[in-house]
Design a binder for this molecule. Structure first.
Ligand code: T4K
Length: 395
């Protein structure tokens, strides 16, 4: 393509007339979904611990290899309830290289977020950096398995154990991942999964907490109501409806196919891009089973000839909706940038990565032809770097 087609950024026709999205939700079997919806209608039971929800929680616990799975209306609320269920007070150390929900959940629970730096190769919470921030007020660690890549769970366990801290994992991206021969959800005190439509497994909107005390979690997600006459403590409404549970039950039937399809696409992306100077990939441990939820590139501007932002512009001009997950860092948010731990000088790896990372479209039915075109656009950007630099500098 590089020799044959002018890039849209340089005046050519965009490769796609309609947006090619970063991801597309897994669409379940429609007939099966309608069957479940018909059952919900017949039962006239739409929410509050219904039949679909109980079945989904049972099946999810099995699929995730955990004792219990308590569903929620989304992972942001699930994170808040997870923290609340541990009766924490004080500071929670987390990574700034994450979706805003991770840090907001800490703040909305009345706790104080403290940022530590990340490992530059795995993009995950760095226990050595976290150790520097542990003080008398620290109560917990909240690491994130970024793009489904398992954190240094052993290092985190050691650190937390030595300092008497609780560990809540943000496993929003890590559905069905396992590490060191164990399902990802068994590490730490609790793990929180997101079932948003953009996730590999989804319920349109939804989330879950695994581990912990399911009775307490259920109490907190239902206003603290124990029974018709007893309301125990303060709770919120974090329930997942029967309609969402029906979506989850049907999506679950196809999720392994989706993981396999994304695995083939991930492999194809790597083969087409790994020899490109300036392109690097997230380092993952050999002893883990991935879910292929995201495909990220790390662009080294000096080697590639273009910055990540220039590559982003080049692909967006083609209508390829790649994304800069996670830029800006959470520590740059006006709500948190006053914190001492948000000082960029203390977060060099996170800042460096936030300026280099680019997620490319990945979903089961993306199609190999689309993947070839996307990869070819990245290669064309590299080949035309000098011209792109010259011509876009004038705009
Ligand atoms: N912790 C972490 C580490 C997270 O990444 C997230 C969420 C959370 C916690 C909180 O989980 P939830 O409370 O959401 O359960 C999306 C998702 O909304 C968000 O759930 C997710 N992380 C984040 C990484 O991605 P946006 O604002 O980037 O989404 P949006 O609307 O731009 O969509 C992304 C792409 O998906 C677009 O190319 C369009 C496409 N799309 C989206 C939707 C909703 C579709 O094709 N169909 C759809 O229905 O946040």
């Amino acid at each position: 393509m590089s020799g044959r087609r002018e890039l849209a950024l340089l005046g050519g026709e965009p490769l796609y007339s309609k947006p090619l999205y970063l991801t597309r939700p897994l669409v379940p079997d429609e007939a099966r979904f309608h069957e479940l919806i018909a059952t919900i209608f017949r039962n006239r039971w739409f929410t509050n611990d219904g039949e679909m929800l109980r079945e989904l929680e049972k099946r999810l616990a099995l699929r995730l290899g955990v004792d219990s799975c308590t569903t929620f209306c989304n992972a942001t609320i699930a994170l808040q309830v997870a923290l609340r269920s541990l009766d924490l007070r004080g500071e929670v150390i987390t990574s700034p290289f994450t979706f805003p929900a991770t840090v907001h959940a800490i703040e909305w629970t009345g706790l104080t977020p403290v940022f530590c730096d990340i490992d530059p190769a795995t993009y995950n919470f760095d226990p050595a950096s976290a150790a520097e921030w542990i003080g008398a007020n620290t109560c917990a660690l909240l690491p994130v398995h970024v793009f489904g890549n398992p954190c240094d769970v052993v290092g985190i366990e050691k650190l937390a154990g030595a300092r008497g801290l609780r560990v809540v994992y943000d496993a929003a991206h890590a559905f069905a991942v396992s590490h060191l021969g164990r399902p990802i959800g068994v590490w730490g005190d609790l793990s929180v999964f997101s079932f948003h439509a953009t996730k590999l497994f989804h319920t349109a909107e939804g989330g879950a907490v695994v581990g912990g005390d399911p009775d307490r979690l259920k109490l907190l997600r239902n206003f603290g109501i124990l029974n018709e006459e007893v309301v125990r403590g303060s709770g919120l409404n974090g329930k997942l409806s029967e309609l969402h549970a029906a979506m989850g039950l049907t999506v679950l039937e196809k999720v392994d196919e989706e993981i396999a399809a994304r695995g083939r696409l991930t492999q194809a992306y790597r083969e087409r891009l790994e020899d490109l100077p300036g392109v690097h990939f997230q380092r993952t441990p050999a002893d883990h089973v991935p879910n292929n939820g995201y495909f990220s590139l790390e662009i080294d501007a000096d080697e590639f000839g273009l910055s990540r932002d220039q590559v982003h512009r080049t692909l967006r001009a083609e209508n390829i909706l790649c994304r800069k997950y996670f830029f800006p860092l959470c520590s740059e948010n006006e709500a948190y940038r006053h914190l001492p731990s948000a000082d960029p000088a203390r977060l060099p790896n996170a800042h460096r990565l936030a300026a280099r990372i680019l997620c490319l479209p990945l979903f089961g039915d993306l199609g190999m032809d689309n993947l070839e075109r996307i990869a070819e656009c990245v290669r064309a950007a590299r080949a035309g770097a000098e011209r792109i630099r010259r011509e876009t500098a004038l705009r």
